[in-house]
Design a binder for this molecule. Structure first.
Ligand code: FES
Length: 104
């Protein structure tokens, strides 16, 4: 019997692996993705959570997957807020799990 191939440490487990077509980053950690994937799909194939709840500090991984609950909110480096489940991944996206601090 052959051991299964190692899977990425993500919450979503793909049924087969395909070569990366793009890369996005979350809090500086670079993650491979494919054209046509949402940000949420890329992140949760490569990580176990999208971030931490601002209310109780517990891990977040989205809830509704249709843009209604805001549990998948992330920020771009310019301060724009996105919903990971409703945003298509684009090569070079740099996202953070907390709003960037405003310059004083
Ligand atoms: S998971 Fe609910 S808005 Fe994205």
């Amino acid at each position: 019997m052959t051991a299964p191939a190692a899977s990425p440490p993500g919450l979503f487990v793909p049924i087969y692996e395909l070569a990366a077509e793009l890369f996005i980053s979350l809090d500086g950690i670079r993650m491979p993705g494919r054209r046509g994937e949402t940000v949420m799909s890329v992140l949760l194939r490569n990580a176990a959570a999208l971030g931490r709840s601002e209310f109780d500090g517990r891990s977040r991984a989205g809830f509704c997957l249709m843009g209604a609950c805001q549990d998948c909110s992330l920020w771009s480096m310019d301060g724009g807020r996105i919903r990971a489940c409703m945003t298509m991944a684009e090569d070079g996206m740099a996202l953070v799990t907390a709003p960037p601090l405003a310059e004083i």
